[in-house]
Design a protein around this ligand. Structure first.
Ligand code: C2E
Ligand code: CA
Ligand code: CA
Ligand code: CA
Length: 278
């Protein structure tokens, strides 16, 4: 008992306590935010080399009543560790599907796909396929216009089961892209097994593409890998025209980044398409 006392004493650290409290507040905030519909998706366009709009990545934004706009980097990790990402993810997927339906007759957006980020906790829920199917049915969204972004690290867990889920969703027409590619550790054999449609080159490799020979070599290797596995390859974090030209010369034909546009609320994106799109 004394040891426990001692340990408790030794490990008492005010900054640690502040952190625990902050997390608890964040958790309560997310819970309340879910009920008050404070989470909305913003959309960032994706283009090909002919400046044809291919799709939009949906990125969550939290409109906090006191704090204003809160970045996903701040609350997604807590939503994941508390499991709140499951109801949140479900709400966001439904929002994205409703947006797809709203854009079904839009002159520029009717053919665009919407890519939704999926977290590990979500894809590993036993009824993930049923939940996604139910949302597609409920909203009437066209499954082939829905793309799900997953990461390597979440796929190495419970591989066979996860692959099976992806296959079932792909049979409905849903597409899968592998996000942050190049930052994980999966083997190429593993990659070949996955039912994927697209690789997303992590923005970390794109930022210094022009100045860092290692990053350039990695991007070239990912493009070649994509070609061999017959996967589309998109680069994210494309911030300049030089990025675009260099990527194009390397055989990468799809781009997403601030060079085109930051993520925008749906209504602003529609406006931007009329006034300033490439
Ligand atoms: P991610 O999926 O890798 O998303 C790309 C991030 O890069 C986004 O940050 C986007 O705004 C930002 N970005 C896009 N183009 C550029 C560029 O040219 N330069 C720079 N510097 N940044 C760029 P954001 O929106 O803050 O999202 C951060 C992360 O939060 C996302 O990284 C994703 O992991 C997570 N996230 C966002 N929305 C969702 C969601 O709805 N569900 C889940 N599970 N995670 C989400
Ligand atoms: Ca993403
Ligand atoms: Ca990414
Ligand atoms: Ca670098």
């Amino acid at each position: 008992a004394q040891n426990t006392e001692e340990a408790r004493f030794r490990f008492f650290d005010p900054s640690m306590q502040a952190e625990v409290q902050q997390r608890a507040e964040l958790e309560a905030g997310i819970r309340a935010g879910l009920e008050r519909n404070e989470f909305t998706l913003w959309y960032q366009p994706q283009y090909d080399r002919y400046r044809t709009l291919l799709g939009l990545e949906a990125l969550v934004r939290w409109h906090h009543p006191q704090k204003g706009l809160v970045s996903p980097a701040e609350f997604i990790p807590v939503a994941e560790s508390t499991g709140l990402i499951i109801p949140l993810g479900e709400q966001l997927l439904e929002q994205a599907c409703r947006q797809l339906v709203a854009w079904a007759e839009h002159p520029q957006l009717s053919q665009a796909r919407v890519a939704v980020n999926i977290s590990a906790r979500q894809i590993h829920t036993p009824d993930f396929v049923e939940r996604v199917s139910a949302i597609l049915e409920r909203t009437g969204a066209e499954p082939s216009r829905l793309e799900l972004e997953v990461t390597e690290s979440m796929l190495v867990q419970d591989v066979d089961n996860t692959i099976d889920k992806m296959r079932r969703l792909r049979r409905l027409g849903v597409r899968f892209s592998l996000d942050d590619f190049g930052t994980g550790y999966s083997s190429l054999i593993f990659l070949k097994q996955l039912p994927l449609d697209k690789l997303k080159i992590d923005q970390g490799f794109v930022f210094e593409l022009l100045t860092d020979a290692n990053d350039a070599a990695i991007v070239r290797a990912i493009v070649a890998l994509g070609q061999n596995l017959e996967l589309a390859v998109i680069a994210e974090g494309v911030e300049t025209l030089e990025h675009c030209h260099t990527l194009e010369a390397m055989g990468c034909h799809e781009y997403q980044g601030y060079f085109f546009s930051k993520p925008l609320p749906a209504a602003e994106l529609e406006q931007w398409l009329i006034t300033s799109a490439p």
